[in-house]
Design a protein around this ligand. Structure first.
Ligand SMILES: [Zn+2]
Ligand SMILES: [Zn+2]
Length: 402
């Protein structure tokens, strides 16, 4: 799949540098005008208009707020898909940057404004290089990454992955310093499954606990015992998280509540623990509630699949990053238990999702994703543009695929 044959005199890094201010301008415009998942109307229109202006692309709207552009090279060859997500979060921005959100209560606090701008930048350069491309670049601008069931699956169902040979996507990444790009084969991001548990006891006067089945006391034991799953059932060399994130019970200080509601998340990298942990949870909940004379309802909802990167596409991306930015830029990505619906695209073609470092300690750009002061070092955008251009030129160089 990798090829060291120089097939072009174009320097992706130089092309990305020429577009620096334009891409930063787009990112700031999108940052000021964030839209929530499934409501990215103006964002999608903006992307659609920019892509249409470029000329030479087949631009379509597979769903109400998503956009796809096909750049079909002059020569036949394989299809590489590149994905950017476009949605923002229900967060009130507290950063004091001049390009802060103008849409109250909504914020690009994950960096998707940057993803969209980088891919638009790459499309701008590649649209002018059609005569060099052996195959097709498919630009996927996805809606609703942040909100289950996510836009990726909708787009896959609408056929955007038909005929695609490989798929790549990036996340601007605050845990990593700007200038570094993390690639990793295998498990990278977890499945963010959720559960809901209702414990039913029997309420009563707080001074007469012996006449009640205290749903809070039972629930507290359930929470404690659930910790044993990761501590004592999951192989220590595997990764999993079971977190109770919400515990609602009671109305007054002199009333023992008859029921308690607990919700939380289960994070795994797929089999076997994705199936096994719910079974273990049910066993614990059944045992603890029964021991104390309570009953329960326990339901699970599966969310995005884990992001598991293909070995060969990840090798290709290592080669691409080193060629685009120099070998020093390339690092091994550290897996994270966050979820990403990029995994939906990976069900249809081998893919690799990678991290573009966007942290800058000196400038105070350190706040984590989904924080109300989240920002990125915008130099990361240029790196992303160069990587996407390089990936397209190398994959569609006409050299035989290994
Ligand atoms: Zn996010
Ligand atoms: Zn994100």
């Amino acid at each position: 799949m990798t090829s060291s044959i120089p097939t072009t005199d174009i320097s992706p890094a130089q092309e990305a540098a020429k577009l620096r201010d334009t891409v930063i301008g787009w990112r700031r415009y999108l940052h000021q005008n964030p839209e929530l998942s499934f409501h990215e109307e103006r964002t999608a229109q903006f992307v659609h208009d920019k892509l249409t202006e470029l000329g030479g692309l087949e631009v379509s709207r597979p769903t109400k707020t998503s956009v796809v552009a096909r750049l079909i090279g002059l020569h036949p060859g394989p299809v590489i898909a590149m994905r950017a997500d476009m949605d923002a979060l229900p967060i009130t921005e507290l950063s004091e940057v001049e390009y802060a959100s103008r849409n109250p209560g909504v914020m690009h606090a994950c960096g998707h404004d940057g993803h969209t701008s980088m891919l638009l930048g790459a499309a701008t350069v590649l649209a002018g290089l059609r005569d060099r491309l052996h195959g097709e670049v498919r630009f996927i601008f996805q809606h609703a990454e942040e909100h289950f069931p996510g836009g990726a699956q909708e787009m896959v169902d609408a056929g955007v992955m038909d005929g695609v040979d490989i798929v790549i996507g990036a996340h601007l990444w605050l845990p990593m310093p700007v200038g570094k790009v993390g690639v990793r084969a295998g498990a990278l991001m977890a499945s963010p499954d959720v559960f809901r548990l209702v414990i039913r006891g029997s309420g009563g006067h707080a001074a007469l606990p012996h006449e009640t089945v205290d749903s809070i006391a039972v629930g507290a034991q359930v929470v404690t015992n659930l910790q044993h799953i990761v501590a004592r059932n999951v192989d220590p060399l595997d990764n999993a998280v079971v977190s109770v994130t919400r515990f609602i019970a009671g109305t007054a200080n002199n009333v023992i509540p008859g029921s308690a509601e607990l919700t939380g998340t289960i994070r795994t990298f797929g089999a076997p623990w994705r199936d096994r942990i719910p079974e273990l949870m049910e066993r614990i909940v059944r045992g603890v509630t029964q021991a104390h004379g309570a009953t329960y309802e326990l339901t699970f909802q599966r969310s995005y699949r884990p992001v598991v990167n293909d070995e060969r596409v990840s090798d290709f991306m290592r080669h691409v990053v080193a060629n685009a930015l120099g070998a020093d830029a390339l690092v091994e990505a550290t897996p994270c238990m966050g979820g990403e619906d990029f995994s939906a695209f990976q069900q249809r073609a081998p893919g690799s999702f990678f991290f573009i470092g966007a942290r800058n300690e000196e400038r105070g750009i350190v706040h984590p994703h989904h924080h109300e002061r989240f920002d990125i070092d915008e130099r990361a955008l240029e790196s992303g543009v160069a990587i996407f251009i390089t990936a397209a030129l190398e994959y569609l160089s006409g050299a035989p695929q290994q």
